[in-house]
Design a protein around this ligand. Structure first.
Ligand code: HEM
Length: 472
């Protein structure tokens, strides 16, 4: 191939190797470093980290090639899959090829429309319980609340049971995702059996989650109760009513455990963090709350499910804009070039690692003017269609695109509307902008936001708006 390598920062300065500097910048300020590289060198940037050739890709057309048109040549990096396997076993996030295809096809059935309404009714029940509890509180810690809520919805929707000791389970999921994040990028990895405090925590978290799920599986089998949920689908694939395709293969007990763990870990953590950002952003804007409220009232009155003026689903636009500004999955799993190839005019050597950060694309001024501003109107149909395709990728793209995307969007919109319909939210201006973001597996705020809430009396809304502002 006679094309050239992409441009990038120097890897050497005389005898001094700079690749260790790239490693530390990527490890400790991945978002700032990647934004700077893209701004300086363009849409495809080459640099080295020790012996690895790393390529940062930040343009929708090249991202489309990697994740869609040429995806077979860019599997998830094997080191990442090996680390993930320690947390989830061989579930959808880890498998490739035929096994992945089988799991993906059978899992997709839980996202069909009948089951989506089942999820919506489960969510409704848990949202109502949460809002009832909120009535006696002047403030709520939003990430804690959203963790509890999404954990309940996912647990109930996937296996029909509440997990006992919920905070312990949420903490175990956090420990596993943090150790996956840290270990998959560390230079030196110690074996899991070592008695260090971090390894002990990781072992305890794995055992706790597996034990809880094993109890749930054993209980379902012993009780002979049937329920139209994910666990039933895994246990009894042939009798699943929607199982009219040849992919219903009986999964082994290990595989059932891995699939449950995968959906639970992948689903609840991302959604709860995304909800925390969403409600915090909305809490800073009484104007946005009023627009959502207007849509809710119109829906309740049966006049229109859409915004009265421009026929847009405003609440969904708000959700999309918050996922643009704070994409919970700020970075996709690194891909590995399985053979020498080309990306636009550039040569991509075999074995190169390809990094794609949705947050870099979402904050690119070429696609979003004033990118740091929270402005839901960017997602009206007219403005959406004026942007290049794939410039909004919070759920990834291509065959490995998030399988729970429609469920996540449905749940986020449902929670947002229910909360705004019943409560006014208030967070002082700049609270979010002043807070550090912590990029781990999910993009988290450095501290939980304390949001002031006042229950609405729909008849005297205006008066209460003033009251909640004064109370903070
Ligand atoms: C706001 C919430 C969510 C966000 C931002 C999100 C984001 C993503 C992204 C970016 C990917 C692609 C990763 C890549 O290609 O490297 C992905 C994959 C995945 N997500 Fe989600 N997700 C969310 C919610 C969910 C939910 C609710 C579930 C399950 C119920 C779920 C299950 C999965 C699974 C199993 C995969 C792997 C799919 C495959 O490789 O075939 N996610 N998610």
């Amino acid at each position: 191939m006679n094309s050239r390598l992409p441009p990038g920062p120097s890897n050497y300065l005389g005898f001094l190797q700079l690749t260790f500097r790239h490693y530390f910048r990527l490890r400790f300020d991945p978002i700032g470093f990647s934004k700077k590289l893209t701004k300086t060198f363009g849409d495809v940037v080459f640099f080295r980290i020790f012996h690895h050739r790393v390529i940062l890709v930040s343009h929708p057309k090249y991202i489309h090639q990697i994740l869609v048109s040429d995806s077979a040549n860019f599997p998830k990096m094997s080191r990442i899959r090996n680390h993930l396997r320690q947390a989830t076993g061989d579930g959808l996030l880890v498998t490739e090829g035929k096994r992945w295809h089988q799991q993906r096809t059978s899992t997709q059935k839980i996202f069909r429309s009948k089951r989506m309404s089942f999820f919506a009714s489960i969510a409704d029940q848990h949202i109502s319980e949460m809002l009832e509890r909120w009535q006696s509180h002047p403030t709520v810690e939003i990430e804690t609340e959203m963790t509890l809520l999404t954990q309940r919805i996912m647990g109930d929707g996937f296996f029909g049971l509440q997990l006992e000791s919920e905070p312990e389970v949420a903490e175990a999921v956090r420990i596993l995702s943090d150790s996956f994040y840290d270990e998959s990028r560390s230079i030196l990895n110690l074996p899991d059996w070592l008695p260090t405090p971090k390894k002990q925590k990781k072992r305890r978290a794995t055992t706790l989650l597996k034990d809880k799920l094993k109890n749930i599986i054993d209980h379902r089998i012993a009780s002979k109760n049937r329920r139209d949920d994910y666990l039933d689908m895994l246990l009894y694939p042939a009798t699943d009513p929607s199982s009219n395709c040849p992919h219903h293969v009986h999964a082994s007990p290990d595989e059932i455990m891995s699939q449950l763990l995968t959906m639970y870990i992948a689903g609840f953590h991302t959604t709860s963090v995304a909800m925390a950002w969403l409600l915090s952003l909305v809490a800073q804007s009484p104007e946005i709350q009023n627009k959502i409220l207007k849509q809710c009232k119109a829906e309740l009155a049966g006049t229109s499910s859409l915004d009265a003026h421009n026929q847009e689903n405003y609440a969904e636009m708000v959700v999309k804009e918050s996922l643009r500004l704070y994409p919970a999955a700020w970075e996709l799993f690194a891909r590995e070039a399985s053979q020498e190839t080309k990306l636009g005019p550039y040569h991509i050597p075999r074995g190169s690692l390809l990094l794609i950060l949705p947050i870099v694309i979402h904050h690119d001024e070429r696609f979003y003017s004033n990118p740091e501003e929270f402005d839901p109107s960017r997602f009206c149909t007219k403005m959406e269609s004026a942007r290049p395709p794939h410039s909004w990728i919070p759920f990834g793209l291509g065959p490995h695109q998030c399988i729970g995307q429609s469920l996540a969007l449905q749940q986020m919109t449902q929670i947002l509307k229910s909360v705004v319909l019943q409560f006014q939210l208030k967070l002082p201006p700049d609270s979010i902008q002043k807070t550090k973001v912590v990029p781990k597996v999910s993009l988290r705020p450095a501290m939980d936001f304390k949001i002031a809430i006042v229950e609405r009396n729909l008849a005297t809304d205006e008066h209460q708006n003033a009251e909640v502002c004064a109370n903070y």
